[in-house]
Design a protein around this ligand. Sequence first.
Ligand code: ADP
Ligand code: ADP
Ligand code: ZN
Length: 215
Amino acid sequence: MNIILLGPPGAGKGTQAQRLVDKHGMRQLSTGDMLRAAVKAETPVGLEAKAVMERGELVSDAIVSALIGEELDAMGPDVGAIFDGYPRTAAQAEALDAILSGRGRHLDHVIELEVDEDALVERVTGRFTCANCGKGYHDTFEQPKALGVCDKCGGTEFKRRPDDNEATVRTRMAEYRAKTAPILPIYDSRGVVTRVNGMAEMDHVTAAIERVLAV
Ligand code: ADP
Ligand code: ADP
Ligand code: ZN
């Protein structure tokens, strides 16, 4: 199974992808996570991407598509893929078609998380993750069950992204509207898109996605 989770920053793509990974043993392919790892490791890709990401603009199509191809090659052919934050432009959508068909995969579902933009700034600015295992949390919507201790791994260190501030979020939302939302009609014309209410409670969003995957 190969699925795309589509939606603006804060829509819940990462949260839902983590749940699918835990439940179905699928693999999350997040270009944002790959780019952050490259920035941290100061690779050539990371050095090129750092300032672009800090501004909330999009990194070049060639870079992110190459990262996706490498990550797929490192996975077993039977492991399902959840594309989280990719594709984000028409050129990336086209590249993904070639990447998948070149590996004998095909796209099963595009799930669009529909959200109210006004809620996204709060979602993104309140977001933090476990520094050890990457589990996502939120100041208001999902605190660890025991204060300061990760539910999943028991880690006690958490981190926040430098780009999760209001100004950058607004740029990222504008990038989504201008470059990412326009790729939906491509997938609509193939009949693979399902829209899910991303404003519902996390568990309800998960249940709605499970219903799509069961079809
Ligand atoms: P994305 O990967 O689409 O940018 P995240 O999954 O990181 O979004 O979610 C952004 C923040 O909002 C996280 O802190 C997460 O805990 C929280 N969140 C995700 N889904 C919901 C939801 N349905 N209701 C409330 N908060 C949510
Ligand atoms: P969010 O959780 O807000 O959806 P991501 O973690 O997916 O954000 O992405 C963070 C940043 O990384 C983006 O603002 C952009 O600069 C860069 N990025 C991630 N994925 C892509 C992509 N597919 N194309 C271009 N840039 C990307
Ligand atoms: Zn953890």
